[in-house]
Design a protein around this ligand. Structure first.
Ligand code: COA
Length: 126
């Protein structure tokens, strides 16, 4: 299995999370826990303008094996994925209910990356 890079290497909470670009995943080194995303082209939308990337990460699914739940592992996957989105000038679409209902309310600083159709895409200071 190809490992394409370590995500969030500048921030210790994400050090062990692996970014698999070809699979559109952030995952633990064993691949058992992961965050799946897809890239969305915002250039076709009304707000797909401005000087940053016309793309968003639609975070569609987060999974942690039952034996490892409740330890903050999903939050670490999200930390890495949101850091990646910010560093690549991308918005986030929080399709996964864990992200929209639990992670974002607990990490409100990331709300500035959340894309809502009709909202100016480059309204943050990215
Ligand atoms: N939606 C929203 N919140 C959820 C959730 C869901 N589907 N499943 C669990 N949570 C909450 C828990 O209630 C828990 O809250 P608490 O801290 O108040 O007890 C919190 O997430 C745990 O956070 P964290 O430790 O960071 O998450 P985790 O590592 O246990 O993993 C999931 C969370 C959702 C990824 C894991 O339970 C899982 O894989 N579930 C099956 C797949 C799934 O439902 N994915 C989400 C939809 S895409």
């Amino acid at each position: 299995m190809a490992k394409e890079g370590l995500a969030g290497v500048r921030q210790s909470p994400e050090d062990s999370i692996v970014w698999r670009e070809e699979a559109r995943k952030f995952e633990t080194p064993d691949g058992e826990a992961f965050l799946q995303y897809r890239l969305v082209d915002l250039s076709r939308t009304s707000s797909g303008r401005g000087g940053v990337s016309p793309a968003a990460m639609d975070m569609v699914h987060t999974f942690v094996p039952g034996s490892k739940r409740g330890l903050g592992l999903a939050a670490r996957l999200c930390d890495a994925a949101f850091s990646h989105a910010r560093s690549h000038g991308m918005r986030v679409i929080p399709t996964c209910s864990y992200i929209s209902d639990t992670y974002l309310p607990r990490n409100p600083a990331w709300n500035e990356l959340v894309y809502k159709d009709g909202q100016p895409k480059n309204s943050s200071s990215m």
